[in-house]
Structures are given as C-alpha cells and as structure tokens.
Design a protein around this ligand. Structure first.
Ligand SMILES: [Zn+2]
Length: 293
C-alpha cells in the first residue's frame, strides 16, 4: 500500500489523495478545488508565487490530515516546460516561470510538518502517465492534448525532450499572432481561450461556438480553423512520433466535434503505416463539466 497526494494546477487547482498498491492507486476521499466555482478560470492568473505555495500547502495539509497513512509522495502537475522539478517556462501561469517548484514547495510544506518528496511535472504528461497506469498500458505510446486556457501536449512513456506540442506551428499566416508565448502561427494561438478572446474581443469562446451553430459565417469559419489547427498539430505528432492512441481532454473538449477532427486527420495523414492511429475524447470530471454553462 502507498498513499500519495496529487495536485493539478491549470486554470484551477484540484487536489486529491490516492491510495492503494503501486500502479493501482485510486482516488479516495474528497477532492479539493480552488476556486470552488469551476466557471472561474481567472483566479490563478497573476496570483503571487508565495501565495500559490501557501494555497497548495493548505490543500495538501488538509488531505494529509484526512488519513492516518504515512504520505509517500506528492505530485504536482503544472502547465509548461518542467524539468527536474524546475518550471523552465509556463506562458499561461507566468509567475511560476523559473521556479524551482519542487524544492521551494518542499520547504513550505516542511514548515507545516509535511516531509514527503515533491515531484513536479507537466500537466499533460501527468494525464498521459495517469492514463497509461490506469489502463495497465505502461508499455504503450500514449499522447494527450489538453484543451483549456492553453493547449497542452503530453506523452507517455516520458522521454527526454521539450514536447511543447501546443506551440506546433500550424499556419504560415503572419496575422496568426495570438499565442500566449508570442510565437507566430501556433496551435495555441488559434485554440487557446486567451487567443480566442484576443481574436473576437467582444465574444467569449462559448459565444463564438454558439454563434457558429446559429449560422454566423465568421464564427463558422473560425470553428473550422479551430478544428483544422488541432488536426494539423495531431498530424504533425503522427508524422514525427508515429501512430498510436491520442486522447483529447480539458475544459474545451466541449467544443470538439470528433467526426470533423477524424475527417480532417484522414485528409492530412496519407502514408499507410501511419494510419493506425486512434483518437478518443476524455470527458473531464462530471462535477466540473455539469457546472459549466
Ligand atoms: Zn506559442
């Protein structure tokens, strides 16, 4: 038996306690969330790092106190480039860029009497690792796209590399400049929430997709571009890493038309040894999605 605490930091913080034999751990007890309203996606943007560590520590301390079991590990998943516990860059959570997060958080936790080792990894990599472990497919290549404020790309098995798939260039149009990292033509510059708000200024992403359904031509064109961007980034991943299973998850898969994505991918991947890929949409937790407008 082992007990660990997993914390995912994206637009929200969600923390839970896991227990069970290694490789078969399951979430036990309640999940803690900040902010409590899942529709609030702005609370963490600009929150000073010290306050973020205090917040994480209070969530972890609450979960640790809910069990008698000794705590073996704490895993923190954050968006961005993370190597050896250091957040090298994080365009959508800019305050943690350069943070030695694993050791800094470890110090704050130790002050509260919590001494378990802290591991920090990329959020999409964490999803891929979790999926691989859950399905018992630790030997199989799994890739995950997370669609939210930013576009995350994760893979299992973890191998050395940067894997910033959300910044895959999918268009040569010089007007496509809305990516949070500042780069031209990136998939996140089309699909990310921030990018969609910059493009439409007076419309929220959900309003854009609703207007497209209602027949608005500009919005329909954009929804088409949005799907093309994801298909292009996925096709590039297939052409570089080979076929395999792709999962799509995150708050914004509510906008994703799986058939449209499938049709676009078919048009983009033509070499027969590469056509054995598969795609699957992974709904976020029911409690989170049911509260969405
Ligand atoms: Zn970018």
């Amino acid at each position: 038996m082992s007990t660990s605490i997993g914390v995912v930091v994206t637009e929200h913080i969600v923390a839970g306690r896991l227990s069970g034999p290694l490789g078969q751990q399951k979430l036990v007890g309640e999940r803690l969330r900040f902010p409590e309203d899942p529709a609030d996606t702005e609370s963490l943007i600009g929150l000073p790092t010290g306050e973020l560590y205090d917040l994480l520590t209070s969530l972890i301390a609450t979960l640790a106190a809910s069990s008698e079991e000794p705590l073996d590990a704490i895993g923190i998943a954050v968006p961005g480039i993370v190597r050896n516990g250091v957040v090298e860059d994080s365009p959508n959570l800019a305050q943690i860029k350069g943070e030695r997060m694993a050791s800094a958080l470890g110090v704050v936790l130790a002050r509260q009497g919590i001494h378990a080792p802290v591991y920090v990894l990329n959020d999409a990599d964490a999803v891929a690792a979790g999926l691989a472990a859950r399905g018992g497919h630790l030997d199989r290549l799994i890739r995950v796209w997370t669609l939210g404020n930013g576009i995350g790309y994760g893979r299992w098995p973890q191998i050395d590399g940067v894997w910033e798939g959300g910044h895959t260039v999918v268009t040569l149009d010089p007007k496509e400049k809305f990516c949070g990292c500042g780069g031209l033509g990136h998939v996140e510059g089309i699909m990310g929430n921030r990018a969609m708000r910059l493009r439409f200024l007076d419309m929220e992403p959900e309003e854009v997709f609703a207007a497209a359904k209602a027949g608005d031509q500009r919005c329909r064109d954009f929804v088409d571009l949005w799907h093309r961007a994801l298909a292009a980034a996925t096709a590039s991943a297939i052409h570089l890493g080979g076929p395999g299973r792709f999962y799509y998850t995150g708050h914004n898969i509510r906008f994703l038309d799986q058939n449209q994505l499938r049709d676009l991918l078919e048009a983009m991947v033509k070499m027969s040894p590469l056509q054995s890929y598969s795609i699957e949409l992974l709904q976020t937790t029911p409690s989170a999605s049911s509260a969405q407008p």
